[in-house]
Design a protein around this ligand. Structure first.
Ligand code: C2E
Ligand code: CA
Ligand code: CA
Ligand code: CA
Length: 279
């Protein structure tokens, strides 16, 4: 770019410009989305391999954009993180999950675990535990049914503060899962020192099964390591019977993936649970 400023630099600059404008627009839209009830949670079931029961659901954000339709989190979470909007959005997600948790018991599905994703950016909020405490207190839910998913890198900014948050929330009964496990900077000491009760094997490993022997070895190693520390394992991104069979043979505890169910709106989840209850 330096040698040819006449072409490539200007091109780069224009790209940057467009993307900055686009970002700002998206950010403004997102601010309205939170106020205007455009955000919605979808729920993806997690199935226990031994009992075939639905153990819980992962709550996944969707944005019903007035012009663009349903927008997935990969498109707007990075913007929400950069702008800090993920903090209020994250609290909204927990609030909503608690409401549904309460509702699920009333509908006859007690014991269903609700898992919510936490962004690294939420650990920049100095009032994190306090705010989460207030939300669960007001919702009056059984905290042992609330699970928070985080990646290991989420704690890197201020590990001491993050660890304190985890411990305090854990004392309230909330449990934690390490998300996307095996990617990024996995540190075995995290498993030992943090109140983690579950690891989620990243879908990239599951989807490489059958194509790469490494994926098999990595999955085997994660499961055996986790189990030796009394930590349960969920495999995500399970799409085929053969992936499922491999995971079953390895004594993976739970699976989540399109093979069983896609993320779905609340009303569809209730129907899904009712159908399974009948059979
Ligand atoms: P994640 O936490 O790793 O969530 C799992 C993603 O895998 C979800 O994508 C889910 O729809 C997708 N998935 C599940 N089963 C399958 C499968 O069998 N095949 C394939 N190809 N994909 C499958 P989704 O809903 O698009 O979410 C993407 C990411 O956005 C999440 O990844 C999570 O990091 C983030 N996210 C979603 N909701 C929230 C939220 O409320 N807060 C925060 N901070 N992040 C969120
Ligand atoms: Ca997750
Ligand atoms: Ca993942
Ligand atoms: Ca992820």
């Amino acid at each position: 770019a330096k040698r040819d400023p006449g072409t490539s630099y200007r091109f780069y600059d224009r790209q940057l410009h467009i993307s900055a404008g686009y970002q700002l627009r998206l950010e403004a839209d997102l601010r309205n989305a939170l106020r205007g009830n455009e955000l919605e949670l979808y729920y993806q079931p997690r199935i226990d391999l031994a009992s075939n029961d639905v153990r819980g659901v992962e709550c996944l954000l969707r944005w019903n954009h007035p012009e663009r339709g349903l927008v997935g989190p990969d498109e707007f979470i990075p913007v929400a993180e950069r702008s800090g909007l993920i903090v209020p959005i994250g609290y909204w997600v927990i609030e909503q999950a608690c409401k549904r948790l309460q509702e699920s018991a009333e509908l006859g599905f007690p014991g269903l675990v609700f898992a919510v994703n936490l962004s690294f950016r939420q650990f920049h909020d100095r009032k994190m535990t306090e705010t989460i405490f207030r939300i669960i207190f007001n919702a009056n839910v059984d905290t042992s049914l609330l699970e928070l998913e985080l990646t290991e890198s989420a704690m890197m900014h201020d590990p001491e503060y993050a660890q304190r948050c985890l411990r305090e929330l854990n004392q309230l009964g909330i449990s934690f899962a390490l998300d996307d496990f095996g990617t990024g900077f996995s540190s075995l000491s995290n498993l030992q020192h943090l109140p983690i009760s579950l690891v989620k094997i990243d879908k990239s490993f599951v989807q490489a099964l059958g194509e790469s022997a490494d994926a098999e070895h990595i999955i085997r190693a994660i499961i055996s390591l986790a189990h030796s520390l009394q930590i349960s394992v969920v495999a995500e991104g399970v799409e085929t019977e053969s992936q499922l069979e491999f995971l079953r043979q390895q004594h993976c505890d739970e699976i989540q993936g399109y093979f069983y169910a896609r993320p779905m709106p609340w009303a569809d989840l209730v129907q899904f649970l009712n159908k399974r209850g009948e059979s």
